[in-house]
Ligand binder design. Sequence first.
Ligand code: SF4
Length: 323
Amino acid sequence: MKYLFGPVNSRRLGLSLGIDLIPDKTCNFNCIYCEVGPNVHFTCERKEYSPTDDIISEIDFFLENENKSKSIDVFTITASGEPTLHSGLGQVISHIKDKSSLPVAVLTNGSLLFQKDVRLELQQADIVIPSLDAALEKSFRRINRPAPCVKFSDIIDGLCLFSQEFSGRLWLEILIAKNINDSDEDIQTLKKILPRINANRIQLNTVARPPLESFAAPATADELQAIAQRLPGKVEIIADFSKRQRGVAGSAERTKIIEILQRRPCTTSDICEALDLDGESTAQLLEDMQETGEIVHMVHQGKKYYQTAHTSQTAIPPLQSAK
Ligand code: SF4
C-alpha cells in the first residue's frame, strides 16, 4: 500500500486507518517542529499530487479485502505535508462516505480554509483538526515559516468562515514550542481570537518527536497546563492513549512498522501505541530490524527514535544518529 498506513492507535481518534494523500513531503509551511522532514515541494499550488484513482483503489481494497475495516474507528486523511493541497481531497472523502459508515477525520494546517472549494470539500468530513500555533503574525512566521504565498490574515479568516459553515466536529490544535510562541502576548492574542473560531475543542500539544530544527524545544506539562488555564473554551492537553491489553510483536508487524517509520520517527512506545503492541516484544522486534538494516535509530533529547534507513538520509536533519 502506498497511500494507506496502519491501522494505528491515535491518541485522539482511536484506531485509525491513515490515508496519506501526498507521500512526497509537500507543504506551504516549513514548521520548525515538523516531524516529516524538509519539504520536497514548498508550494501553495493545489493540484493532483497523487493519482486520486490510485488512492481510492487502495481504500476499496482495504474495505473489500480486510476484515480489519470492521475494527477501525475512523479514517484519518493526512499527508506527508498538507493534505488540502491535493485537489482530489473532496473526491476521497466523498468516496469513503459513500462506501462506509465510519467517520472521516482530516488533519490540516488550516492555511487553505479561506478557499471556498477547500471548505466545501472538508464539509463532507466528520472531524476536521486544523492547526493554529500562533495568533500573532511574528510568532506564526517563527514557528510555521510559511511559503511567501501564504497570507496570515487569510488563515484567521478561513478558520472563522469554516467554523461558521461546518456542522461536524472542529478540533483546533495549538502546538507550543518553548520560547517561540508561548509569550504572554502570544497567549493574550490567542485568547482574543479563539472565541471567533469557536472550535468544539482546543487541543494543546508540544514538540514531541525529533523536530526539523533542533532549537524547537517542548513546553513542560506545567507550562501547557498554565496556558490551558488562560485560554477560553474547552481546552485539553493531548494526553497519551490509555493503556489496553496489548499484542505481541512478531514478524507480521514488520511491514506496518516500516510504513509508520517512513512517515515519522518513533520511539518504541510510539510503535506500541500505534500498533497496540506490548513493550518487550516490540523492543526486541525493533532491535532485530535494526540488525537487518531495515531501520536505524537516533537519540533526541535523551530518547531513542527509530526511522527507516531511507528516511534517515533524506527526511531528518542530522541529530545523533547511529545504526
Ligand atoms: S508540521 Fe505539518 S504544516 Fe508544518 S511543515 Fe510539517 S507537514 Fe507542513
